[in-house]
Ligand binder design. Structure first.
Ligand SMILES: [Zn+2]
Length: 109
């Protein structure tokens, strides 16, 4: 059996470029672990739960719609030190860490 090494990437805030979280991912068995800037593990929630708040906090309309369409998918609510918020679906994060060669992944809309 081939064992894939877990990769760790730093997620950067799309607005200020500060680190917003770090994510460790493994292809098999599939696993994604997201850690906050403060160093505690974040728990994903159903995207549907985040829709109303995202809407009220001025998250771009396209993203709110995406959360709404994927209401049963798990998502992470990330916040940088300056208080900028980014909500990402688990499959989006998995894709982003696979698609990015370097260590830094900028979360731009
Ligand atoms: Zn920021």
């Amino acid at each position: 059996m081939t064992v894939f090494k877990a990769t760790t990437k730093e997620l950067l805030c799309g607005e200020c470029g500060d680190v917003i979280a770090s994510v460790a991912g493994r292809v098999w068995p599939p696993k994604l672990e997201v850690t906050s800037v403060e160093g505690y593990p974040l728990t994903p929630v159903r995207a549907g739960v985040l829709v109303r708040q995202a809407c009220e906090e001025g998250v771009p309309r396209a993203r709110v719609d995406l959360l709404d369409r994927n209401a049963y998918e798990l998502a992470y609510e990330l916040r940088c030190r300056s208080g900028h918020k980014a909500v990402r679906l688990v499959p989006e994060l998995a894709r982003a860490i696979r698609a990015t060669k370097g260590r830094w992944v900028t979360l731009a809309e």
